[in-house]
Design a protein around this ligand. Structure first.
Ligand SMILES: [Zn+2]
Length: 89
């Protein structure tokens, strides 16, 4: 703890804001305050919660596939492309 200066975290994220952060959340790049804000939104927004659970499982699957095939570092940038490719195969 001991965060002297905290980033402005909206208490009431819109669904769009949540989804914009979900990918960062999945990559554990959010600070604790942001994680809490996302979790809080998912708590009272079932549509987002369902989308989040879906994305988490899908992203985890893709991540494992990429790890197995030794994809380059810019994972997140290519994740969506890989995701679609994996989906169609
Ligand atoms: Zn929502």
């Amino acid at each position: 703890m001991g965060t002297a200066r905290r980033a402005p975290v909206p208490k009431d994220m819109s669904c769009a804001e949540v989804f914009a952060r979900v990918q960062e959340y999945l990559d554990r790049e959010l600070n604790p305050d942001e994680v809490e804000a996302v979790k809080a939104h998912l708590d009272y927004c079932p549509p987002c919660a369902r989308g989040f659970v879906f994305e988490e499982s899908v992203f985890e699957t893709v991540r494992l596939k990429l790890a197995a095939s030794a994809c380059p570092e810019d994972l997140m940038a290519r994740l969506r492309e890989c995701l679609e490719a994996c989906d169609e195969s």
